[in-house]
Design a binder for this molecule. Structure first.
Ligand SMILES: [Zn+2]
Length: 181
């Protein structure tokens, strides 16, 4: 899998993971304000008349000109939820493959529990089945961690399976929660 470039707005807030081609396009339009990190890639272009091949070096992080709009953390998905909880069942504490995991609503949906980050935890199918329509207290199942909504920086980390070291260093400076690596 090809690594992605972390695109920031001019305030330094993450906007998107983009591929090299898109980053090269942004750079060629002169929209890059500043960059951080080592070169993530050298993109080779076409050959000129003298036989030289053009190349664009793409750093791991680019800040791009444009209107600053505050991006909010997207809705919960199972992929990101399992990733937040490091594929651990937050009831029995064991690690499982994705196919054996499920999204558990701490306060059950049937009783008005919302489908939001703060009310959802990763649970193995067995624990989820056992808990059923009960709260952890009622089921006498202790939660191993308090579910949290990732902030934007944490969300960007969780949403890319191949984060480069420089990108991780940048995102990590704004982490609020302890992410299990
Ligand atoms: Zn379990």
């Amino acid at each position: 899998m090809q690594a992605k470039i972390l695109k920031l707005n001019k305030a330094g807030s993450p906007q998107a993971w983009i591929d090299y081609e898109e980053a090269a396009l942004v750079a060629s339009k002169g929209l890059v304000l500043w960059t951080m990190g080592d070169m993530a890639s050298v993109l080779r272009g076409g050959y000129s008349h003298d036989g030289a091949r053009s190349q664009i070096e793409i750093p791991a992080i680019i800040a791009v000109e444009g209107r600053v709009k505050e991006k909010s953390v997207p809705r919960i998905t199972n992929t990101l939820l399992f990733s937040r909880d490091a594929y651990l069942c937050l009831y029995c504490g064991k690690q499982f493959a994705r196919c054996d995991l499920s999204r558990d609503h701490v306060m059950p949906r049937s009783r008005g529990g919302p489908d939001i980050w703060e009310n959802c935890v990763t649970a193995c199918k067995r624990c989820n089945h056992h808990k059923n329509d009960r709260t952890p207290e009622e089921a006498n199942m202790k939660l191993l961690a308090v579910p949290f909504a990732p902030n934007l920086y944490e969300w960007f980390y969780l949403s890319n399976r191949r984060v480069l070291v420089d990108q991780m260093d940048y995102l990590k400076t704004r982490f609020k929660n302890v992410l299990v690596a």
